[in-house]
Design a protein around this ligand. Structure first.
Ligand code: FMN
Length: 196
């Protein structure tokens, strides 16, 4: 039976092991888990995600995260994400998308995604982390990257308790000047979208 655990501004499906949900919710950065099947409905968002987007768990759980894109095109980024989702051998992806908070304000979301796999083969969840690189924030990217690295590192033994592994590692997405330059480029796209 699937039941929902309700806490103030926090609802998560108990198909997510509770020790995993508790760990993710304590992280200061935005994190989300989606079901790997059936168009990837979100099954968990943490406190950082709720702060970043303004959406509650009630708003998001059961829905695909593309709702954050509203009318933005994001076609290159979406192609990259679809390729990552379709290709079993691609372990992670990092890309930038224009997203909108619940209050309608736009931001550039640097999205990191990787796959959680059950030992034995099944891939139950997609793991994701979101970071706002808009406006004055690109310089905070290295601090965010360090936190994402810590979060993923400490996740390994927590996942192991449920017989799961996180595929891929952060080494492929080291913080480079190119990433920051790309973030700034995307900001001009954001301005065009917000103020056409
Ligand atoms: C766990 C997870 C988190 C995601 N987070 C975001 C997000 O924060 N913002 C976003 O625009 N898309 C996010 N996506 C990507 C979209 O859900 C979707 O996969 C993407 O738009 C490509 O598919 P589409 O072209 O069919 O929309 C996320 C996907 C998954 C599986």
């Amino acid at each position: 039976m699937r039941m929902r655990v309700m806490e103030p501004d926090c609802v998560y499906d108990i198909q997510v092991p509770s020790h995993l949900a508790v760990y993710l919710d304590r992280s200061p950065i935005a994190l989300a888990l989606a079901d790997a099947r059936n168009d990837n409905p979100l099954i968990f968002i943490n406190h950082g995600f709720r702060e970043l987007t303004g959406y509650t768990s009630e708003d998001m759980i059961g829905r695909n995260c593309r709702m954050l894109q509203r009318d933005a095109d994001n076609s290159d980024a979406r192609d990259r994400i679809r390729e990552f989702l379709a290709n079993d051998r691609q372990l992670n992806v990092r890309t930038m998308l224009i997203n909108f908070r619940k209050d309608g304000s736009p931001f550039v979301n640097l999205l990191y995604m990787s796959k959680l796999r059950q030992l034995g083969g099944e891939m139950p969840y997609i793991f994701a982390s979101q970071f706002d690189v808009s406006r004055s924030q690109p310089e905070r990217l290295s601090a965010y990257d360090a936190e994402l690295g810590h979060t993923l590192g400490r996740l390994t033994p927590i996942l192991a308790e449920s017989g799961m592994v996180l595929e891929g590692s952060l080494t492929a997405i080291a913080n480079t000047a190119a990433t920051i330059a790309q973030a700034k480029l995307t900001l001009s796209d954001l301005d065009r979208t917000a103020f056409p």
